[in-house]
Ligand binder design. Structure first.
Ligand code: NAD
Length: 354
């Protein structure tokens, strides 16, 4: 029996996690996987109940679980709380408590959704990229020097800092993910300028030698930004540092056309955390119209990466594609002539394809 901790969170969080659980249960039944779900609080919901965004009970349950499925946290109700109590602290706290050093964001554009992309449909149709971003190192966590006067000039700096083990483990993970895909990894750096990038590139190649079935290529980050917009189908797995990954993963998310469709996984040595990339969408919370697909595809990633149930993951992904091809759309993607679906109707249509 696999233990899944569900954290609905705030805003549309409950609606989208309910939808994902409905689909997960159907896929689990089909593939004879036993799942047990237990619900915990985090974010604004936890602040209201316990006075803190990430209660110890949630951390303990997450650590003991096989995987965590999270909706989203935050909302205007908690915008004025003290910084250390903000709902978003729950995500950072969970990443830290679970030692999540890798963020995985797949961006795939099925033909049925290519018209929603800001890029030309023929450029994006069929694109299928997995961005693997280092999550706990680099400049965001390096030493900082807050702005102050040095020799009469206001000065500030942040240190980009990587160790070999940090690079090794993220490139290993990218290579292993590529083995389950098309076998191609693009390592993105700025090694023509940065010392940390030169260590990154050297280490990436040493790691890749252990994966003869994986083809490793390098790309400078400026070129990668251009290639994502001009030739997204040229990528399979893209692996990069925390800073570059933050920027490139948001650029790549836009290619897909809708924030409601995008899943993510954060992984470390233990429990993985699975959540859509969007926030709690307070503007549509409680209306039953949120797009649940990002959360449903996050649940598919959970099956693949934390439960090693690749076939069940594919079942869900194919069901999503089939329902989109049938013309089902939630309000965010609805256009004349399509079949308009509420959050739960979308989930039910997907479950019916399983
Ligand atoms: P958001 O992603 O919540 O919403 C941006 C826009 O996209 C809104 O118009 C929203 O209605 C729409 N949208 C988002 N998800 C959708 C879905 N599944 N279906 C249909 N439409 C969807 O970003 P925001 O408005 O900047 O932030 C709202 C709150 O969420 C803030 O408190 C923010 O801090 C928080 N947030 C949380 C996370 C997280 O939990 N990981 C991530 C980002 C933002």
């Amino acid at each position: 029996m696999k233990q899944i901790v569900v954290i609905p969170g705030d805003g549309i969080g409950r609606e989208i996690t309910d939808a994902a659980i409905l689909v997960l249960k159907k896929a689990a039944a089909k593939h004879n996987i036993e799942l047990a779900f237990s619900e915990y609080d985090a974010g604004g919901a936890a602040i209201d109940k316990f006075g803190e965004p990430l209660p110890q009970a949630t951390i303990d349950a997450a650590k003991a679980a096989d995987a965590v499925l999270l909706g989203a946290v935050g909302g205007p109700k908690w915008d004025s709380v003290a910084p250390h109590l903000r709902p978003e602290r729950a995500i950072l706290g969970l990443r830290k408590a679970l030692g999540l050093f890798a963020n995985l964001r797949p961006i795939s554009v099925p033909a049925s959704l290519a018209e929603y992309s800001p890029l030309k449909p023929e450029l994006v149709s069929g694109a299928d990229i997995l961005i693997v971003r280092e999550l706990t190192g680099g400049i965001y966590f390096g030493e900082k020097f807050e702005a102050q006067e040095v020799d009469g000039v206001m000065t500030a700096w942040d240190k980009e800092y990587y160790t070999r083990p940090e690079i090794e483990r993220i490139v290993e993970l990218a290579c292993q993910a590529a083995q389950k895909r098309k076998g191609k990894v693009t390592s993105v750096d700025k090694s023509n300028v940065l010392a940390s990038s030169r260590l990154w590139r050297k280490t990436a190649h040493e790691v890749a030698e252990k994966y003869p079935d994986v083809e490793l290529g390098d790309m400078y980050v400026d070129n990668a930004a251009m290639q994502l917009a001009s030739n997204p189908k040229g990528f399979d797995v893209l692996v990069t540092s925390n800073l570059f990954g933050d920027i490139l993963s948001d650029e790549a998310a836009v290619i897909g056309g809708s924030i409601g469709m995008m899943p993510s996984a954060s992984m470390g040595k233990g429990t993985g955390l699975y959540e859509p990339i969007h926030g709690s969408a307070p503007d549509i919370a409680g209306m039953g119209i949120a797009n649940p697909v990002g959360t449903i595809l996050s649940a598919a990633m959970m099956l693949r990466y934390s439960l090693d149930e690749n076939e069940a993951a594919e079942t869900i992904e194919q069901a999503v594609e089939a329902v989109l091809a049938d013309g089902y759309r939630t309000a965010d993607l609805y256009r004349e002539g399509m079949k308009k679906a509420s959050t739960m109707e979308m989930a039910e249509a997907i479950a019916a394809k399983i």
